[in-house]
Design a protein around this ligand. Structure first.
Ligand SMILES: Nc1nc2c(ncn2[C@@H]2O[C@H](COP(=O)(O)OP(=O)(O)OP(=O)(O)O)[C@@H](O)[C@H]2O)c(=O)[nH]1
Ligand SMILES: [Mg+2]
Length: 220
């Protein structure tokens, strides 16, 4: 038995510039990653129904720190800095990439990665690097094709099929799943919640095997 997570209870707890400043590794964490401007902070706000929680901006590169949001003392969501923003210096870019790879490799409580990509430009350079980093260490990835409201239903459906095909061709379909999403229209919100629930509150198999009344040892 598991209890449904109340995503609306999320609260900001901490900003960290690098893995060394992250909070203790108690419980389970799921991180949101993707190119700058892909819609990570917006997705977290939509999920938690709190549009002031993560900072959203028209200026790409807004989220420059690793931001932690707590759902309970043992369940956290993490908003990672976006990558691929053209206007930052090469040194800054390399530093962010180092922090991201450190976080993905070293954070033991990280149980899954939500990888966001603009549905109009999926699987760009570095998205595939992120996929390789995560799947290379056996970490499941759930891709959100964001801003689906920018395309017609038919176009969004064929973009989804195309990404699914590429994942299958790369033989990643056991670890990687994909869906369309829109923070503007709440499209795909239930599917995202179901995926997060399965990572953050996995079903306790042992709880399912409580013996029937008649099988319990007799007490004198
Ligand atoms: N139309 C539409 N716009 C969106 C959607 N999600 C985000 N946006 C817009 O895209 C821009 C970037 O959104 P953010 O959520 O700040 O993106 P981010 O990935 O957190 O960006 P960084 O913090 O720079 O890495 C903002 O102007 C949002 O309003 C969506 O589903 N539909
Ligand atoms: Mg952001």
């Amino acid at each position: 038995m598991t209890t449904a997570i109340n995503f609306h209870k999320a609260k900001f707890i901490h900003s960290a510039p690098s893995i060394r400043e992250c909070p203790p590794e108690d419980g389970i964490e799921v991180a949101f990653a993707g190119r700058s401007n892909a819609g990570k902070s917006s997705a977290i706000n939509t999920l938690t129904n709190n549009h002031k929680l993560a900072r959203v901006s028209k200026t790409p590169g807004r989220t420059q720190l690793i931001n932690f949001f707590e759902l309970s003392s043992t369940q956290r969501l993490v908003d990672l800095p976006g990558y691929g923003y053209a206007k930052v210096s090469r040194e800054q870019k390399e530093l962010w990439q180092r922090y991201l790879s450190e976080y993905l490799r070293e954070r033991r409580c990280l149980h899954g990665l939500i990888l966001l990509m603009d549905i109009r430009h999926p699987l760009q350079e570095f998205d595939t690097t992120m996929l390789d980093w995560a799947t290379g260490s056996n970490m499941p990835v759930h891709i959100l094709l964001t801003k689906a409201d920018k395309l017609s239903r038919g176009q969004a459906g064929s973009a989804l099929l195309d990404v699914k095909k590429q994942i299958k061709n790369a033989r990643l379909n056991e670890l990687v799943s994909v869906q369309t999403f829109s923070s503007l229209k709440n499209t795909g919100l239930d599917d995202l919640k179901t995926k997060l629930q399965s990572w953050l509150a996995p079903v306790d198999e042992s709880a399912e095997t409580i013996p029937e009344e008649s099988e319990k040892p007799q007490q004198n």
